[in-house]
Design a protein around this ligand. Structure first.
Ligand code: ADP
Length: 488
């Protein structure tokens, strides 16, 4: 079975968040189930230099959207087990900035064209077996950037593969004025409720959710939450109507990249056995030193890694800070995002030197050292489709403190509520009090060494690799082929 994965990022080639981790690890997981996956990724500035490319195999696509010539460049990243095509279109992708934002942090002005072309190309690639030698059975699109694929199939008709659309975060809807439809080569008639319309705009995400044969999201709880008004970002009606086509498949983690026994970023590697205590202690001391925190081995050290947005609840953590500090604790945060939250974290660090550290930016190696070095990892998200850092923390023997929402609810069992099975701490309400309750319970567990180690060892023994996590995707693809939806 041959799958074309379409996405705007894939680790280790280009990453801004969890989407890249999933797309970059899924192909290896699928291979274990007899599924061959190829990737279609935009060639942003510098992307082609991070993979092995075959320029002689380049396929010219012409000027599909009237914005500049595009071509498909076959690539391979052998270490990560990734193969596929880079979509080259210098007019759209060869520029400074990141995948979505320009150098000043604003959306690229032509994101509808950039990601419209990604989807348009995927729809074309899926039917050009003669040129690529890869007959696509299922096109699997990820997030709004790849949301238009099945809209193009719908618009053009003819033979097509089956389609799956995965929503990694419904909050990002890829909304644009309806006038962009002709610019991306879709009929204006698609701008209706039974089409791509969302609250008067057109939405790439809505297109994916509406037209794909199957929809998945990244945890069973989030799949239920998005069918409610509170969690559906305005799409709950559609998602409820399509519930037979919708499933929640829990993300896995890359257990090679995230393995405390072999992690080259750590001061000292360790596993769940005898090396646990000494390994964690060495990583904590190293982190304290690197971040300029007091070298107090017994201070309960709480960490957080992630995008600094309202979603992630960093404001809740900041309001809980005085009480954490009153227990003798420390806080270490790595992330970037909303200026007001960055400012608040810088100010907390300035007010509590030696006790609070904030590293603004994106640093893959430091994220490993932080998750290994802290005693507890906070993930107080207001909503969380799946969340990955809590699973990394569990694998590194760092009990996570999470709000019981989305994938956090599916991956963390509270150690007080489940004394023999707990793998972290969780709280229900998105409030400081509720977070504080879980935080204080976690700190008292941290001070009870035998109990802490039982929680750590249970968390570290969870099997979360993609070999297991990819199985439901392989089954979904097989199921789709079984129903034979190869033509419109
Ligand atoms: P989201 O996709 O909503 O940002 P996830 O928890 O699903 O959240 O995934 C975030 C991924 O990005 C994780 O791999 C996390 O370690 C990584 N990450 C987020 N912020 C940073 C940062 N500042 N430095 C390094 N890695 C980061």
């Amino acid at each position: 079975m041959r799958i074309l994965l379409v996405a705007s990022e894939a680790f280790p080639i280009v990453k801004t968040g969890g989407l890249a981790d999933v797309v970059g690890a899924l192909p290896r997981g699928l291979a274990a189930h007899g599924v061959t996956a190829r990737l279609l990724l935009p060639a942003y500035r510098g992307t082609a230099e991070r993979v092995a490319v075959d320029r002689t195999g380049s396929i010219a696509l012409g000027d599909l959207l009237g914005v500049g010539h595009a071509s498909l460049l076959p690539f391979e990243h052998a270490d990560a087990g990734l193969r596929g095509w880079l979509l080259e279109c210098p007019a759209l992708f060869d520029r400074p900035g990141g995948p979505y934002l320009d150098e000043r942090g604003h959306d690229h002005h032509d994101n509808h064209l950039r990601f419209g072309l990604l989807s348009r190309t995927a729809a074309l690639l899926a039917t050009m077996e003669g040129l690529t030698g890869f007959a696509v059975d299922v096109v699997h699109s990820h997030d709004w950037q790849a949301g238009l694929v099945s809209a193009y199939f719908e618009a053009f008709g003819g033979r097509r593969p089956s389609t799956v659309f995965t929503a990694h975060n419904l909050h990002f809807a890829g909304r644009f004025d309806a006038s962009v439809l002709p610019e991306v080569g879709l009929p204006a008639s698609m701008q209706r409720v039974v089409g791509v319309e969302l609250w008067g705009s057109m939405s790439f995400l809505k297109a994916g959710l509406f037209f794909a044969d199957r929809i998945t999201t990244v945890s069973p709880t989030y799949a239920r939450e998005i069918q409610t008004e509170a969690g559906g970002e305005g799409l709950h009606g559609l998602l409820h109507t399509r519930r037979e086509a919708l499933s929640g498949i829990l993300n896995g983690i890359d257990d090679q990249a995230w393995n405390p026994a072999r992690d080259a970023a750590l001061a000292q590697t360790y596993d769940a056995g005898d090396s646990l205590l000494a390994g964690k202690a060495a990583c904590k001391a190293d982190l304290q030193r690197q971040l300029g925190l007091d070298l107090t081995p017994a201070a309960p050290m709480v960490g957080m890694v992630g995008r600094l947005t309202g979603q992630k609840g960093v404001d809740l953590l900041l309001s809980a800070l005085p009480q954490l500090l009153s227990t003798g604790g420390q806080l270490a945060v790595l992330g970037s995002g909303e200026p007001a939250l960055q400012l608040a974290l810088h100010s907390a660090a300035a007010h509590h030197p030696g006790r609070v550290a904030f590293v603004q930016g994106y640093d893959e190696a430091l994220s490993h050292r932080l998750i290994a070095g802290v005693d507890l990892l906070a993930v107080p998200s207001r909503f969380e489709p799946c969340g990955l850092t809590q699973m990394y923390a569990q694998r590194y023997g760092t009990p996570p403190i999470v709000r019981r929402t989305g994938g956090l609810a599916d991956t963390v069992l509270d150690a007080d509520a489940h004394p023999d099975a707990g793998t972290g701490f969780s709280f229900e309400a998105p409030s400081t009090d509720s977070l504080l309750d879980a935080l204080m319970r976690a700190v008292s567990c941290y001070r009870d060494r035998p109990r802490l180690q039982a929680v750590q060892r249970r968390a570290m023994s969870l099997t979360r690799g993609w070999t297991k996590a990819a199985k439901p995707y392989a089954e979904l693809y097989r199921d789709l082929l079984g129903v034979g939806s190869r033509t419109v």
